[in-house]
Design a protein around this ligand. Structure first.
Ligand SMILES: NC(=O)c1ccc[n+]([C@@H]2O[C@H](COP(=O)([O-])OP(=O)(O)OC[C@H]3O[C@@H](n4cnc5c(N)ncnc54)[C@H](OP(=O)(O)O)[C@@H]3O)[C@@H](O)[C@H]2O)c1
Length: 356
């Protein structure tokens, strides 16, 4: 496998592997993670294959993920070579409302705590983990700009935010000379394509990279679950999602999602590869997608996911996957389809236009 095909993230200067090593599973605190020895072997394998992009968050496994990542980076003396990304937003101290959110007070606290756990004095890519629905863009963006100028952060990104928020932020940043958003990190997979409506066109227009989290929908798209093995006392949830309401909601497989899983399995069989490879290759080939965060828990999963980098889906297979997982056409997006444009805007003539 080869993680050495790097890509420039958005309009930042960061060169990253298209598959980032997700480390949400580093630590057993949440009930479905891996122990330190397994985390070490995944990390080693990833960097030995040329991977240079490691993603963590202050909230993952109560800080264990950051601590282990920091230790591994230090042991292998890879700090300068790696693009190290972490996140803040979620509350890390029950009973202290200022230990969460995107305000300046929490931001300084969170970054200092992350730097301590990671054993470094700077973060390459600092993500706002989630829109906190209240702090002004001016406060968050200007504070992050100060941190970039102070040398504690190299680039910034937004995860799990509405598209209007990211668009407003980037536009204000252009106007005020603030640090611009390098990339978005959002859930994106064959069973969760909603970011295609607003986020991806917006990111292309405003120069942001897009990284997909949950590219296998927590394992659903690996093909290892069937309707029978997924059911937990009739709840329709995947085993590893127990206890996490956000994740459980996203993967409770509807009939449409099962049809997509079956289509992915069928394509995999035809191509002689795994369903995970097909699902990841589909994402990597989507317009406007920079890459994905992989959540492997075993070496063979990491190897399998990395093989997707070399897999080019035949056009016909890609079309089948696009169709089975297509988003419902809802208002106003029906107006923006090619057929509609041709008849209602171009008067039936053939008019070439630059893709948005
Ligand atoms: N920004 C955010 O809000 C956010 C949210 C979630 C995740 N993330 C980031 O995204 C990363 C990935 O997320 P995710 O864990 O949900 O990703 P995912 O790829 O959708 O699911 C990962 C799970 O799929 C299975 N798997 C992975 N690779 C496989 C392969 N090649 N073949 C078969 N099964 C495979 C494993 O399940 P088993 O363990 O059951 O074997 C693994 O735990 C995280 O580590 C984190 O860095 C970000």
């Amino acid at each position: 496998m080869n993680l050495r095909d790097y890509l420039v993230l958005g309009r930042s200067g960061l060169r990253v592997s298209r598959l980032a090593l997700g480390t949400m599973t580093f630590g057993t605190e949440w009930g479905w993670g891996i122990d330190e020895a397994a985390a070490r072997s995944l990390f080693d394998r990833y960097v030995e294959c040329g991977g240079n992009f490691v993603d963590t968050a202050d909230v993952y496994t109560g800080g264990t993920s950051e601590t282990w990542v920091g230790k591994l980076v230090k042991e292998r003396r890879l700090r300068d070579k790696l693009v190290l990304a972490t996140k803040f937003s979620f509350n890390v101290e029950a009973g202290n409302p200022n230990a969460g959110g995107n305000g300046r007070k929490n931001l300084y606290r969170a970054l200092d705590a992350s730097l301590r756990r990671l054993g470094t004095d700077y973060v390459d890519l600092y993500w706002v983990h989630c829109w906190d629905m209240s702090t002004s863009i001016e406060e968050v963006a200007s504070t992050l700009t100060d941190l970039v100028r102070a040398g504690k952060v190299r680039a910034i990104g937004l995860s799990d935010v509405p598209a209007w928020y990211a668009a407003r932020w980037q536009t204000l940043a252009e106007r005020h000379g603030w640090e611009k958003i390098a990339a978005l990190q959002l859930e994106y997979s064959l069973v969760e394509r909603s970011i295609e409506r607003e986020h991806i066109p917006m990111a292309r227009e405003l120069g942001m990279g897009v990284l997909a989290w949950g590219p296998l929908a927590g394992g659903l798209l690996s093909g290892k679950y069937t309707r029978e093995t997924t059911e937990i006392a009739g709840s329709g949830r995947l085993d590893r999602m127990k206890g996490n309401p956000l994740v459980a909601a996203r993967t409770a497989p509807s009939e449409a999602r099962w049809q997509t899983v079956l289509a992915v399995k069928a394509v995999a069989e035809e191509l002689g590869c795994s369903a995970a490879e097909v699902a990841l290759a589909w994402i990597l080939g989507r317009p406007g997608t920079s890459g994905a965060l992989i959540g492997a828990t075993k070496i063979d999963q990491l190897d399998g996911s990395s093989r997707a980098l070399a897999l080019v889906l035949p056009e016909e297979a890609r079309r089948r996957l696009d169709e089975v997982s297509a988003l419902d056409v809802v208002h106003p997006y029906g107006h923006f389809r090619e057929t509609f444009q041709k008849s209602m805007i171009d008067g039936g003539d053939n008019v070439q236009r630059t893709a948005p």
